[in-house]
Design a protein around this ligand. Structure first.
Ligand code: ATP
Ligand code: MG
Length: 553
């Protein structure tokens, strides 16, 4: 079922805001923290935020919520910008940074202090936890809560000047230590952190908390609809408290939707980081990772990812999406758009006794069965070919619709051949199949009455190229790797990568540009590796099998 923008609840809210005149121009934003690579869940958030702006003639900002310098880096910033662009979205104006509002946020912190609504607190972390109370018991006021405005201003200025050690003081809002919502129990606004920041260098030794920064950043940018995921619903009263107690120029309103969780997948930057740091994958963009960079390298397309994000809809509840839906979206896209090619993963030589050694036919065949706009490709045919070892048996029953001694099979896009015998090595292993071709059978659908048992792929031994093919499969064997009793690291699929170094491909495939998608006929969908592929040393990644092998019993 197609989920048009009109059918999601956020669009209904926006439509009403526009028709009531409450909002003139819709402004949304995508606010990643640059502490990891974006994953499929972020793709959903990107598609929601950019999609709502697009559908309503509004704007969508890209803002880095960079309030936590220890975990952030320029590498992550660069990857996030690249991923958003690759998905096909363009943010409004310049890239924005929370850190460029640090001066304003600090001024607002002083404003609260002057207003008697914030104070410097000297409780250490353990004491603060104890004073905070629990879900069932109210907290207690900090002994530092009644400091004078003058003392608080002085201490805050000295925190900023670097006079105090990390952890020795924090700035807190003065709200209500008995509030049932724990977020309202005098939350921390500023911490001392003597670390350099990737954007502001050593300008600051105190940093605002995410909670103190987030809503005000939206207000500064005139964001009208602050869309986020459900875990922030409990923080909304606090954001509203800041907005109503500060002289901000606009009033963003927050709306929450359910996070995207997918089966067989972990979507938490922290967990993905563990996979990278522990060497379970080859990096954030390993094709098995559910990161946008990983999916890209795997051969997923922006169109398929966007289609998937639309298809699953946007709701107020949490749910788990079957990852097979994403895989279906990829298959649909590639089936329709990817040119075809032939590749033999496990080459077995076939020698055609009635085809002259010196002869070479350059067959012109369609690149795609129904997309004439994709043109033709040249497929060389010679006396010696490779077929897949699995496609030959000396004897077989009727169910085996491939090459058998004394039987016929069609070589895809070329001739029907018949197997006559085998050539063995000293150990008795088959090293070649001896066969002959049936004259007059060239093409995929001749009317010559010759009935081959089936159709198999093949590649000219002389004209084809050797290739490395990486066969990727799901990274986890478990349907819910981060939900069960076991550590998700113990649920990794040991067969998630198998590398074939001696595959044989038709020459046109070696010419592929990096990141070009193909269907290798009868084998699966593949992409020329973004970094490692070259004409001299072709490297292909398996994007997805032709059929869903996980759900077909
Ligand atoms: P993670 O939990 O993976 O660390 P995060 O929420 O901390 O993710 P941010 O960089 O803070 O990551 O997220 C940027 C935006 O993406 C936020 O608005 C967040 O709500 C949204 N987002 C993150 N994960 C998902 C998800 N699984 N589904 C939908 N939106 C998500
Ligand atoms: Mg976060």
């Amino acid at each position: 079922m197609e989920n048009t923008p009109a059918s999601n609840f956020l669009q209904s809210i926006i439509a009403e805001d526009i028709s009531s005149g409450r909002v003139q121009e819709v402004v949304t934003r995508f606010p990643p923290e640059p502490n990891g690579y974006l994953h499929i869940g972020h793709a959903k958030s990107i598609s929601v935020n950019f999609g709502l702006a697009e559908a309503n003639g509004g704007r969508c900002n890209l803002r880095f919520d960079d309030t936590n310098p220890e975990k952030e880096s320029q590498e992550f910033i660069d990857s996030i910008l690249e991923d958003v662009r690759w998905l096909g979205y363009q943010w409004d104006g310049e890239v924005r940074y929370a850190s460029s509002y640090f001066q304003q946020l600090y001024a607002w912190a002083m404003f609260l202090v002057e207003d008697g609504k914030a104070y410097v607190c000297d409780l250490n972390a353990e004491q603060a936890r104890e004073y905070r109370g629990t879900l069932t018991e109210p907290g207690r006021n900090s002994p530092y809560r009644e400091r004078s405005v003058a003392e608080n201003l002085d201490l805050l200025a000295r925190m900023k000047a670097g006079e105090f050690d990390e952890g020795s003081k924090v700035l807190r809002a003065k709200i209500d230590m008995a509030a049932p919502n724990m977020n309202m129990r005098d939350p921390i606004l500023y911490r001392i952190r003597k670390v350099a920041h990737h954007q502001t260098g050593t300008d600051w030794v105190i940093y605002p908390t995410y909670d103190f920064a987030h809503g005000q950043e939206d207000a500064i940018e005139g964001v009208t609809h602050s869309v986020c995921t459900l875990e922030f619903a409990d923080h909304r009263p606090l954001y509203e408290w800041f907005i109503s107690n500060l002289p901000v120029s606009s009033q963003p309103r927050q709306f929450e939707f359910g996070r995207l969780n997918a089966s067989y997948t972990v979507t938490s930057k922290r967990k993905l980081k563990r996979l990278v740091d522990d060497g379970m994958v080859q990096g954030w963009d390993d094709p098995r990772m559910p990161t946008i960079a990983g999916m890209r390298r795997r051969g997923f397309t922006p169109a398929a990812i966007r289609h998937f994000c639309d298809m699953i809809g946007t709701t107020r509840g949490e749910g788990v999406v079957d990852i097979a839906m994403l895989e279906h979206a990829i298959r649909d896209d590639l089936n329709e758009n990817a040119p075809r090619g032939m590749c033999v993963l496990n080459p077995l030589k076939v020698v055609l006794s009635n085809y002259p050694e010196a002869q070479l036919e350059q067959l012109s065949v369609p690149a795609h069965p129904s997309r004439e706009d994709l043109g033709q490709r040249i497929l060389p045919f010679t006396r010696e070919l490779y077929i897949d070892a699995e496609d030959f048996r000396e004897e077989a029953n009727k169910k085996f619709k491939r090459l058998v001694l004394g039987k016929r099979v069609r070589l895809r896009n070329a001739y029907v051949i018949e197997a006559d015998g085998v050539e063995l090595d000293e150990a008795g292993n088959i090293v070649a199949v001896l066969a002959h071709l049936i004259p007059g059978t060239l093409g995929n659908d001749p009317e010559d009455g010759v009935k081959p048992k089936g159709v198999i792929q093949w590649v000219s031994a002389r004209e084809g190229k050797c290739a490395t093919v990486r066969l990727y499969d799901r990274l986890f064997n478990d349907v819910a790797p981060d939900k069960g009793e076991s550590d998700f690291m113990d649920l990794i699929n040991p067969d998630s990568l198998q590398v074939v170094t001696q595959a044989w491909i038709e020459p046109a495939l070696a010419q592929a540009a990096a990141e070009q998608n193909f269907q290798f006929e009868r084998v699966g969908y593949f992409v020329a590796d973004r970094y490692d592929h070259s004409t001299d040393a072709p490297v292909f990644n398996r994007t997805i099998s032709l059929r869903d092998t996980w759900n077909s019993g």
